[in-house]
Structures are given as structure tokens and as C-alpha cells.
Design a protein around this ligand. Structure first.
Ligand SMILES: C[S@@+](CC[C@H](N)C(=O)[O-])C[C@H]1O[C@@H](n2cnc3c(N)ncnc32)[C@H](O)[C@@H]1O
Length: 357
């Protein structure tokens, strides 16, 4: 397969980025979202946007270019939670012109594609806040969100629960309307980042969640260092990952929790929940051509993106710049050695809201 052929999405993949004015420069000189303090620990700058888009292409290889793994058919309303650069949402909308796709994120780093992909729009929100939309969804998609949420079950409950009106929000809306008058609702296709207004002002009746019979899908990685036919323990990479996991745990993030998504979805009430585990080779060590290609992508991504994006996390934890660079160089050498046969897991989990009746 020609890797260039994979870069056929409607978004420019490299050498272009979208900067969000609601950002601030933080540890390591990287730029971070400033919408919600201490909510998300990875940057939103050009390098991160390229890393996310590159990761999108690696994921496409692993999933045989399927954007949806769940057996969802002709969904009218699609929600991509924590959409990042919006590359999945745009691709899905382009592939499914009958669907209306909303991508949400703390950072508005998505391109304006309204002219070419009019059925996709982006909204700034913290997905751990109540979801307030004027319709339910037939398909909710979440990808690479393991670093995002304090409690993933909050998101699952937002997707499952089905009450029509958030009384508190309506109450506040009515008070505001009494004081200021009713604002004109924006047409849906104008609710784009540049014209963003809080949706609570734009809508009166708010519903949320997945429609009965609709689907929720997670595609995520479980950061568990593994070696084909053995253990990764004792390696520098294992030590590096273990330190990273411990630091992220201090921020309340469990980077191995994707293996719990299936159980959590079932506990929340979703049915027909399925889990697929797919190896992500850390280098092109497998003989299987698809996995070899994915391993090539993973190696480039780790060397040029993941190790850089994780650096501020280690610095925040007291490691010096020099100590980090030495450790990262050792990791680069070790994962590049195909004999090590390292891998982590891509975890795909999907479930259905029980059909009505
Ligand atoms: C690792 S990126 C994944 C992006 C995208 N889903 C993809 O697969 O390319 C995680 C994204 O989640 C967003 N995010 C983090 N916490 C969030 C929250 N509480 N609510 C909404 N978005 C959030 C970040 O801003 C970032 O863009």
C-alpha cells in the first residue's frame, strides 16, 4: 500500500495548523488549551495537530480504513467527542453526506470546511459538562480519549441518559431570557467556531444522549508495554512508560482504562457490547504487511511526536530537560530495534443503547 494514498482526507495533513486564541504557552514551551484550567495535559499546537493527523492515518491502516467499526447504518446525527483536529469527523461527514456530524473539543483547532463538507460542524465544549443539544444522536464516536477525562463513566452516562430537559439549564435560560430577552437561534449550519455562541443561549429545548438502538464506539489505546512472545519488563521502554503512567495517575488519568470500557458501558446500560483488541507494533517488526506498515507509522509517531508530547509531563514531575532527552534517546534506540518486537494495544469497544419497545 502506498502510504501517500492514505493522506486523501479533506484536511491538509501537514504544514498547516489551526491556532486557537483561547490557548496559553505552558511547560516545555508548548501551547495548551486555556478554556478549562487543569482539564487536559497535552498541547494543541501545530506539532500536536500533525501528531494527531498522523495517528489518524495509522489508525486507518489498523482498521482497514473503516471509520466506524460498530454496525451503525445511515446515522442521521453523529457526535465525535473530543474531536481534536476534526479529521475523523470531516472524513466521516464526507463519506456519509446524509449524516449531520458534530465534533466537540476544548480547543477550536478544526479547519473551516463548511463549503466542502457542509454536514460537519465544530463546537467548543467540555464533554464532562452536561450535553445540551436539540436532538439525540444515532452514533457517538470517541477516539484516543484515554488522556482526556477525569471519569470516563460520566461521558458514558451522558451518552446513555435520556431525560428531555435539563431543569437547571432551562431555569437559568428562562431567568436570562427574562432579563435580556430571547436571543435569535443560529441556523445549525452557522454554528461554527467563528460564529460560536453558547448553545444554551441558542436553544430552548435540550435533549441529549444516544437514540434507542443507536451506537457508541471507542477507539483508544491502552498504554501497556508488551513484547511479542514475552514481557517488556526490564526494558528502558517499560521503565519510561511506567514512569509516564504513574505521573498521569497523579493527574487522575488511568491510561490503561480502555480495557475497562466494555465493562463500564455494560454497567451504564449499553447492550451488544463488543471489544476488539488489535496490536499496535512499535516498529515495523511484524511480517504481516498491514501490521508492518502500521508499525512504520507507530515508530515515526513515537520518535517525532509521542516522546515530545510526553516531555512536559515528565518535566512537570521534576525531571530535568537533559535527563528526559537522555531517556527519550534510549527509548528511541530500543523501540527502533525490530528484534524487541514491542507493541501496545488498540482497543475498539462499541455498544448499543437498547432499542425502544
Ligand atoms: C488525543 S486527542 C484525540 C483527538 C481525536 N479524537 C483523534 O482521534 O484524532 C484528545 C482531544 O480531546 C480533547 N479533550 C480533552 N479533554 C476534553 C474534554 N473534557 N472535553 C472535550 N474535549 C476534550 C483535547 O483537546 C484533544 O483535542
Amino acid at each position: 500500500m502506498d502510504p501517500a494514498a492514505l493522506f486523501d482526507s479533506p484536511r491538509e495533513v501537514t504544514n498547516s495548523s489551526i491556532s486557537d486564541p483561547a490557548s496559553q504557552v505552558g511547560v516545555g514551551g508548548r501551547t495548551y488549551q486555556a478554556y478549562r484550567e487543569d482539564t487536559y495535559y497535552l498541547p494543541n499546537d501545530a506539532d500536536e495537530q500533525d501528531r494527531l493527523d498522523f495517528q489518524h492515518e495509522m489508525t486507518a491502516i489498523l482498521l482497514d480504513k473503516r471509520l466506524a467499526v460498530a454496525p451503525v447504518r445511515n446515522p442521521k446525527h453523529v457526535l465525535d467527542v473530543a474531536t481534536g483536529t476534526g479529521i475523523w469527523a470531516l472524513d466521516y461527514a464526507a463519506e456519509n453526506p446524509e449524516s449531520e456530524v458534530i465534533g466537540t473539543d476544548l480547543s477550536l483547532i478544526q479547519p473551516d470546511m463548511e463549503d466542502t463538507v457542509p454536514n460537519c460542524r465544530f463546537v467548543r465544549e467540555d464533554s464532562e459538562d452536561p450535553w445540551t443539544y436539540d436532538h439525540k444522536f444515532d452514533y457517538v464516536h470517541l477516539r484516543y480519549v484515554v488522556t482526556c477525562f477525569k471519569d470516563h463513566r460520566t461521558i458514558m452516562r451522558h451518552a446513555f441518559e435520556n431525560f428531555l430537559v435539563d431543569a437547571a439549564v432551562i431555569f437559568l435560560y428562562l431567568i436570562k431570557a427574562a432579563l435580556q430577552g430571547l436571543p435569535d437561534p443560529l441556523p445549525a449550519n452557522k454554528m461554527h467556531r467563528s460564529l460560536f455562541v453558547p448553545r444554551r443561549d441558542a436553544r430552548l429545548i435540550m435533549t441529549r444522549a444516544v437514540n434507542p438502538g443507536g451506537w457508541i464506539e471507542y477507539v483508544d489505546q491502552s498504554v501497556e508495554p508488551m513484547r511479542h512472545g514475552g514481557t517488556a519488563e526490564g526494558s528502558v521502554w517499560h521503565r519510561y512508560v511506567t514512569t509516564f503512567l504513574a505521573t498521569m495517575a497523579q493527574f487522575g488519568r488511568d491510561l490503561q482504562c480502555p480495557r475497562k470500557y466494555k465493562r463500564w458501558l455494560e454497567e451504564v446500560g449499553f447492550v451488544n457490547v463488543q471489544e476488539q483488541l488489535i496490536p499496535i507494533p512499535m516498529s515495523p517488526w511484524p511480517s504481516n504487511p498491514k501490521l508492518k506498515l502500521a508499525g512504520s507509522y507507530a515508530l515515526v509517531k513515537t520518535r517525532t511526536g509521542d516522546l515530545q508530547v510526553a516531555k512536559p509531563i515528565f518535566l512537570r514531575n521534576g525531571m530535568s530537560d537533559l535527563e528526559y532527552e537522555e531517556l527519550a534517546n534510549e527509548v528511541k534506540l530500543e523501540i527502533s530495534d525490530r528484534n524487541n518486537q514491542f507493541y501496545i494495544l488498540l482497543v475498539v469497544v462499541y455498544g448499543q443503547k437498547p432499542p425502544a419497545g
